[in-house]
Ligand binder design. Structure first.
Ligand SMILES: Cc1ncc(COP(=O)(O)O)c(C=O)c1O
Length: 280
């Protein structure tokens, strides 16, 4: 990782640790914002077109306007030193606002930054949390900066020795992790929760489904009770920073096959296709 960089509302900030956000920014005050995390390798953002499309979708869900030209300018500015390996973080908030849920009429805050990418171990343990994702929430499926539920859930998982937390939705169906989607073996085939489970439309999830199907591997978007995940022989989570990461144990119970053949196939297909095209 090279030096972290920060671009805010049209200009590079010399020292990215300088305080630059106004105290009344609606993103800060009530979590009124959307964001994207993009992986950067050899100075190239991976799947930027898809990430920007999702940023627009999330923003539309909050009634926020995103100026794509401005976001792209920020991306170019923070990647000008072509970092070998970095996390690109794009955040757009409601901007300066009254201290309440009403948004003001200010221009949105646009922030683009680079930071270090986490180094994930080859497998992960996960813990199922006792709280639900609300698939009927106004913000279901949007990548908003209101992530406090995820903060609490991740701490719950860490307290139990796990590195990711898994949510069911209000119907008790498998939904997603705090920062990942979940895939698992069910009756011998690969399944993942459908988008109406309330999960985020993960970019890694959508690419993997497309690429596995191209390779003749069926993937079913299927609503299943949480018990199906517990019974699974193999499972993995996906995200921008993790790629395909096999699950070793769920709630302390090791899976039969960590990683099993479906997981190995998924990891291989993802690695091959991602290496072939940086903006699929
Ligand atoms: C709640 C949630 N689900 C799933 C994901 C995985 O999405 P992606 O593959 O686009 O990183 C993320 C990513 O951070 C997330 O925050």
């Amino acid at each position: 990782m090279t030096t972290p960089r920060l671009w805010l509302n049209g200009r590079l900030v010399d020292d990215p640790t300088t305080p630059v956000i106004r105290a009344d920014d609606h993103g800060l005050v009530v979590g009124d914002g959307v964001f994207e995390t993009v992986e950067v390798a050899d100075g190239q953002p991976f799947a930027l077109t898809r990430h920007l499309r999702r940023l627009h979708d999330s923003a539309r869900g909050l009634g926020l306007d995103v100026d794509e030209a401005s976001v792209r300018e920020g991306v170019e500015a923070v990647l000008a030193d072509r970092p070998a390996r970095a996390r690109l973080r794009i955040t757009v908030t409601g901007g300066p606002s009254p201290y309440g849920s009403d948004r003001g009429d200010a221009t949105p805050t646009v922030m683009v930054a680079t930071g270090p990418l986490p180094d994930w171990p080859p497998t992960t343990d996960v813990a199922v949390v006792p709280w639900a994702r609300n698939e009927r929430a106004a913000t279901a499926g949007l990548k908003t900066t209101s992530y406090a539920d995820n903060v609490v859930a991740l701490r719950y998982a860490h307290d139990r020795g796990a590195a990711e937390a898994i949510f069911a939705n209000t119907r008790g169906e498998v939904c997603e992790g705090t920062g990942s989607n979940v895939f698992f073996e069910y009756d011998g085939a690969l399944v993942t929760p459908p988008l109406d489970s309330g999960c985020l439309a993960g970019i890694t999830r959508e690419l993997l489904i497309e690429w596995l199907r191209d390779d003749g591997v069926p993937v079913h978007e299927l609503a299943t009770p949480m018990a199906a995940l517990h019974r699974s022989r193999e499972a993995f989570i996906t995200s921008t920073t993790r790629g395909v990461q096999p699950i070793r144990a769920i709630d302390g119970a090791p899976l039969a096959q960590p990683p099993g053949p479906l997981t190995e196939r998924a990891a291989a297909v993802f690695a091959r296709r991602a290496a072939a095209d940086s903006d699929p």
